[in-house]
Design a binder for this molecule. Structure first.
Ligand SMILES: [Zn+2]
Ligand SMILES: [Zn+2]
Length: 252
């Protein structure tokens, strides 16, 4: 399976300003910056799975919908928990921030279709099985176990210390990789606690909940603390740790 961390900077910054991950070119997890890829790359994406309603994970979704729309019975499908779908309808597609493409989809060729997903209930997209698992963030948030039958990866962001997804990850014999957040430096543990994110120290504690050593790719480092967080991550000296860089593709 191929996973790309989609870039979100216009000037080559190594920072991740918004979150979106592309699997095998066709499935996006989160939509922070998918609307800013080339139009050809956007048109290959047919499924967008949203982890939670925070802006850095949904920001470019309306732009994306606009960029890929073609009048036809098919449309992109957006997956999320019911509260996320409601949030998108109420706050994005409301004829103020953006046209109400949900209503327009009933009147004309559809712009998008929403599908509700549930905690712990796997769903299939092509040859991939995705299992949403509740994390522990300030709004309801899903992490995902993505499994192609040969390899599996756990995407664990955004979250504070959590348990359930590690149970799912430990039960999956194909797990090869964890993409794990580390938002704030250790000195800002107080803010990580209030906003339910991780620091490098907390990230290591989470990683240690796995019953085996797998590759860990760190994502979602807050740009304001990028240098501090990456220095603290390197100081952990975890042999299988990598710090993600924008537009990198990872073969899992
Ligand atoms: Zn968040
Ligand atoms: Zn976030």
């Amino acid at each position: 399976m191929k996973i790309k961390v989609i870039g979100s900077s216009v000037d080559g910054s190594p920072c991740q300003f918004a979150a979106s991950y592309l699997i095998n070119d066709q499935i996006a997890i989160d939509a922070g910056s998918i609307g800013f890829m080339s139009v050809a790359a956007q048109k290959r994406v047919k499924h967008i799975v949203i982890s939670h309603s925070h802006l850095d994970h949904i920001a470019s979704l309306p732009i994306f919908i606009d960029n890929v729309y073609e009048p036809s019975p098919d449309s992109v499908i957006v997956y999320g928990m019911p509260s996320v779908i409601e949030c998108l309808q109420d706050n994005f597609f409301n004829d103020r921030v953006w046209p109400d493409v949900v209503r327009l989809s009933q009147e004309e060729s559809p712009f998008l279709k929403f599908v509700a997903i549930e905690n712990g209930q796997p769903f299939q997209l092509g040859n991939l099985s995705l299992t949403p698992v509740e994390l522990d963030h300030v709004v309801p948030t899903f992490g995902f176990i993505v499994d192609d039958g040969v390899s599996a990866v756990a995407l664990v962001s955004d979250t504070g210390p959590t348990e359930m997804i590690w149970d799912f990850a430990n039960r999956n014999v194909r797990l090869k990789c964890v993409m794990l957040e580390s938002a704030f430096p250790n000195s800002m543990g107080w803010l990580a606690e209030k906003t339910k994110h991780l620091t490098p120290e907390l990230m290591r504690t989470e990683y240690n909940k796995l019953d085996r050593c797998v590759r860990v790719i760190v994502v979602h480092i807050k740009p304001a603390y990028y240098e501090e967080v990456t220095a603290e991550l390197r100081a952990l000296k975890l042999p299988l740790l990598e710090i993600s860089t924008p537009n990198s593709e990872y073969e899992i």
